[in-house]
Design a protein around this ligand. Structure first.
Ligand SMILES: NC(=O)c1ccc[n+]([C@@H]2O[C@H](COP(=O)([O-])OP(=O)(O)OC[C@H]3O[C@@H](n4cnc5c(N)ncnc54)[C@H](O)[C@@H]3O)[C@@H](O)[C@H]2O)c1
Ligand SMILES: N[C@H](CO)Cc1c[nH]c[nH+]1
Length: 439
C-alpha cells in the first residue's frame, strides 16, 4: 500500500501527514530478493520433481518423512480434535460463505441473442476443471481460507479441488484448517507449505495431475510463486500480506478505529495499516489509542513493528481529498466510519472489500461470517483486480451460430478486411461461403 508520488504532489496543500511509515520500502511481494529466491526454487522443483519438493519441505517446514497426503479418514476425523464451539463456528462460516457464493453464481447467467437475423451469439459459464487451493498456516492457521477457496470453487461447480497447507510445529496439518477444507468439500489434502506446495500442484506432483488454476492467499513467497507460475496455470489474483485502511471523520470512535488497524497489522511485521481522516483531532486520538491498545495486545511483537514501520495517518482537508488519497492507496480492506458513508461508497473506486459503518469490521469477513471472500488484492492490485469470487472459477465461453441466409451480413466485410490485411486464407473462408449461399 504505497502512495503514488504524482498523486501526492497533485494534492499538495490539501492534506497533512500525522504519522508516516518509518520504513520506505516496496511491499514485501515486490522485493527482488523474494522474486529471485522463488525463481530458484521453482526451477529446482521443475527439474527435481517430488524429491525437490520434499527437500524444500524439510529445510523450510521441518518435513520429517511422513506421507504428505492426508487419507480420507484423516480428513474426516479432523473434527475430533476440535472443541464443539469451534466446529460449529467453522460449519457456520463455510455455510455462509457458500450461500453468498451461490447467490453470486445465480446472477451469472448464460446468454443467447440474435444480433442480426440469422446471427446468434451467446456464452455459457463452464467451471474450471481442476483447482489447487493454498491454505495459509505459517504464523497463524487461517481457518477460514478454505471457505474462500475450496468452498467457493465448489459453489462454482469445480469438479476437483486439491488443497495444500503447511505443517504446524508438530509436523501435522492444523486440524481446524483441515476441517474447514472438509466441510467446504475438498477432494484431497496435502501437508505442504509455501512455494513447494504451489509448484507441486502446478506441476502435477500431487493429486491427479497438474491443476488448471492456483488460488489462495499467503505470504510474499506464496504471492510471488503464484505470479511466476501464471501462464502455466491460471491464478486468482495477487493476494499477499494483509493490509487495512480506514477513512474516518470526527464522528468515528478512535477506540474502534485503532482496534481495526491493529486487527490487520497483527498478520505480520510488513502488514501496512493506514488511516485517512478529515478530522485532525480524530487522527491524534487514534495514534494515542493504537499505542494504548498495543501495550496489552498479546501479538504486540508483530502488530507493533507493523504499525511503527508501515502505519500511516493522513489528515485530509475534505472528503474528496480523502477519497482521492484512498483510491491511490487501493487497499485490500477499506473501512469507512463517517457521517457520509453513502457518499464514500458511491465515490470510491479502488479497494478489495469495503466495510461500511462502525458496526462492520474486517474480521467479520476474515473469519467467513460476513459471507464475503477474504482472498483480496494487495500491494495496489485493487486498482486492476477484484477479490476472489465464484466468477473467477467460471469461464464465460462464447459461441456463434450463423444461418446460410445471414452469410452476406458477415462474409462481405470479412473479405474486405482480410484482403486489406493481405490474409488470403481468411478471405477465402468468406468468399467460398458467399459463392455458395449469397447467389
Ligand atoms: N491478501 C489476502 O487475501 C490474504 C488472505 C489471507 C492471508 N493473507 C496473508 O497470508 C500470509 C500468511 O503468511 P504465513 O507466512 O503466516 O503463512 P503461509 O502459509 O503463507 O507461508 C508459510 C510458508 O512460507 C514458506 N516460507 C517461509 N519462509 C520462506 C523463505 N525464506 N523462503 C521460501 N519460503 C519460505 C514456508 O514454506 C512456509 O510453509 C500473511 O501475510 C497474511 O497477511 C492474505
Ligand atoms: N485478513 C486476511 C485477508 O487479508 C484473512 C484472514 C483470516 N483470518 C485472519 N485474516
Amino acid at each position: 500500500m504505497l502512495s503514488t508520488p504524482a498523486v501526492l504532489t497533485s494534492l499538495a496543500g490539501r492534506f497533512t501527514t500525522l504519522k508516516a511509515p518509518a520504513v520506505d520500502a516496496p511491499p514485501a511481494q515486490h522485493d527482488p530478493a523474494v522474486a529471485s529466491r522463488v525463481r530458484q526454487m521453482l526451477l529446482d522443483i521443475e527439474a527435481g520433481g517430488m524429491d525437490a519438493v520434499l527437500k524444500h519441505a524439510a529445510e523450510l517446514d521441518r518435513w520429517d518423512g511422513r506421507d504428505v497426503e492426508l487419507s480420507p479418514a484423516d480428513i474426516a476425523k479432523s473434527a475430533d480434535a476440535l472443541p464443539r464451539d469451534l466446529r460449529e463456528a467453522i460449519e457456520l462460516g463455510a455455510r455462509r460463505t457458500q450461500a453468498f457464493a451461490k447467490v453470486q453464481r445465480n446472477h451469472l447467467v448464460d446468454v443467447e441473442t440474435e444480433l442480426e437475423p440469422g446471427l446468434v451469439v451467446g456464452h455459457r459459464y463452464i467451471p474450471v476443471g481442476r483447482v489447487g487451493a493454498y491454505l495459509p498456516a505459517g504464523r497463524f492457521p487461517l481457518t477460514a481460507s478454505a471457505f474462500m477457496t475450496v468452498g467457493v470453487a465448489k459453489a462454482a461447480g469445480v469438479g476437483d479441488v486439491v488443497a495444500c497447507t503447511p505443517p504446524q510445529p508438530d509436523g501435522r496439518a492444523n486440524p481446524a484448517v483441515v476441517y474447514a477444507a472438509h466441510v467446504s468439500g475438498v477432494d484431497r489434502v496435502f501437508v505442504l507449505g509455501g512455494v513447494q506446495a504451489l509448484a507441486a500442484m502446478a506441476f502435477g506432483l500431487v493429486g491427479d495431475g497438474p491443476v488448471d488454476m492456483l488460488v489462495g492467499a499467503g505470504n510474499a513467497y506464496v504471492a510471488e510463486a503464484k505470479r511466476q507460475l501464471f501462464g502455466r496455470v491460471a491464478i486468482d489474483l495477487p493476494a499477499g500480506p494483509s493490509e487495512v485502511a480506514v477513512i474516518a471523520d470526527e464522528t468515528a470512535d478512535p477506540v474502534l478505529v485503532a482496534a481495526d488497524l491493529l486487527g490487520q497489522a497483527e498478520h505480520g511485521p510488513t502488514s501496512p495499516a493506514a488511516l485517512v481522516t478529515t478530522s485532525h483531532a480524530l487522527g491524534v486520538a487514534v495514534v494515542a489509542e493504537v499505542e494504548k491498545q498495543l501495550a496489552t495486545l498479546a501479538t504486540r511483537d508483530i502488530a507493533g513493528p507493523a504499525w511503527r514501520d508501515f502505519g500511516s495517518v493522513l489528515v485530509a482537508d475534505d472528503r474528496e481529498t480523502a477519497a482521492t488519497l484512498m483510491d491511490d492507496l487501493a487497499p485490500e480492506h477499506l473501512e469507512v466510519q463517517t457521517a457520509d458513508d453513502d457518499w464514500y461508497h458511491a465515490r470510491l473506486r479502488n479497494y478489495g472489500s469495503l466495510f461500511l459503518g462502525e458496526a462492520s469490521t474486517v474480521a467479520y469477513s476474515d473469519k467467513g461470517m460476513a459471507g464475503t471472500n477474504h482472498v483480496l488484492p494487495t500491494a495496489g492490485g485493487a486498482k486492476h483486480s477484484a477479490g476472489l469470487s465464484v466468477s473467477r472459477f467460471l469461464k464465460p465461453l462464447t459461441y456463434q451460430r450463423v444461418t446460410q441466409e445471414a452469410t452476406p451480413l458477415l462474409a462481405t466485410a470479412v473479405q474486405v478486411i482480410s484482403d486489406s490485411e493481405g490474409m488470403a486464407a481468411h478471405s477465402a473462408t468468406a468468399t467460398l461461403r458467399t459463392a455458395r449461399w449469397s447467389a
